[in-house]
Design a protein around this ligand. Structure first.
Ligand code: PBG
Length: 331
């Protein structure tokens, strides 16, 4: 018997022999075109503030925000998503739709400065603006009132679109939020405003550093499990995603990303619209913390995260590592 017959003829390692061959047969690439950078803008500060649990990320002033967006444009990043940190909060989160609210001012300034060179996405929610920290307004029993919250979301959508948002991204997980804001946008002359729905958004502990970034503490030790999804469930995500598409979502999102690759892959197999995935604050912070301890190579782990999210089927990746990844990709 020849030695050959003891082995299969096909030897997959041939295709891994050189870097050029590996590049040639690579099934997935990550490009700067896939990346969206989340940015925070805070009212009433004079200098950008570091966020200790998100190394490299800042609460920006309007001025420093503009500088950051300019540098992202130079790197070729096609989109940013904005989150506001208002000076004062109230029961209903009214600065979320105030034309002089910090995100509206930022949208206006960025649109005036950069036009369509940067796609401006506005996170559409009230949790950064409410004194109780929930994503909606509360009924007398302390639970979030779905339909009363929709009325508020409609006003926010119109305020964001008026200020220059290209995309509204409702993130509060209220039932019917997509059709509600689609109607509000269409009836206020904003039929070109895109809706990126946070469709499959889980009640995750991976949002911890984000809540530091926006100074949110949920009242009375509460949580969001009454409206965000149970992380035990996959099929429920498909119900949410399909419902949002039928309500008019142009794109849908899975969030978090890395711990939910099965959800991304299943969504990719079942729907045709662009799928975004949010590599959230905790996913980013874990890599940074381990890197700071010298426990792993932060750059290559970060790229492995992002490539895996792409491989699972995401078209768009929202990540705090957007600029870092662009620098790695472009050298
Ligand atoms: C809600 C919102 C949250 C995040 C994005 N939009 C917070 C939450 O749902 O508690 C989290 C993002 C992250 O952790 O990076 N406005």
């Amino acid at each position: 018997m020849s030695t050959n017959s003891q082995f299969p003829k096909r030897r997959p390692r041939r295709l891994r022999r050189t870097s050029a061959i590996r590049r040639m047969v690579s099934e997935t690439q990550i490009s700067v075109d896939d990346l969206v950078a989340p940015l925070f803008v805070r009212e009433g500060i004079k200098e950008p503030q570091k966020i200790s649990s998100l190394p490299g990320i800042y609460q920006h002033t309007l001025e420093s925000l503009k500088i950051e967006v300019d540098s992202l444009i130079k790197r070729g990043i096609p989109g940013v998503i904005l989150f506001g940190v208002p000076k004062s909060k109230d029961e209903i989160g009214s600065s979320a739709w105030d034309p002089d609210g910090v995100v509206q001012l930022a949208l206006k300034e960025l649109k005036e400065s950069f036009g369509d060179e940067m796609t401006l996405i506005a996170d559409l929610c009230v949790d950064e603006y409410t004194s109780h920290g929930h994503c909606g307004i509360l009924s007398s029993d302390g639970t979030v009132d779905n339909d009363a919250t929709l009325e508020i979301y409609n006003q926010i959508a119109v305020a964001q679109a008026d200020a220059g948002a290209d995309i509204c991204a409702p993130s509060g997980m209220m039932d019917g939020q997509v059709s509600s804001i689609r109607n509000a946008l269409d009836s206020s002359g904003h039929n070109q405003t895109i809706i990126l729905a946070y469709s499959a958004k889980y009640a995750s502990s991976l949002y911890g550093p984000f809540r530091d970034a926006v100074d949110v503490i949920i009242k009375d030790g509460g949580d969001r499990r009454g409206y965000q999804q149970n992380h035990a469930n996959l099929r429920e995500s498909l119900i949410e995603i399909k419902a949002d598409i039928s309500e008019g979502a142009d794109m849908v999102m899975v969030k978090p990303a890395l711990a939910y690759l099965d959800v991304i892959a299943r969504a990719r197999a079942e729907v045709e619209v662009p799928i975004a995935a949010y590599h959230v604050s905790g996913e980013y912070a874990m890599v940074k913390a381990a890197q700071a301890n010298g426990w792993l190579d932060g750059d290559s782990v970060m790229m492995e995260h992002l490539l895996s999210i792409k491989r699972a089927g995401a078209d768009i990746i929202l990540t705090y590592a957007a600029k870092q990844a662009a620098e790695i990709i472009q050298g």
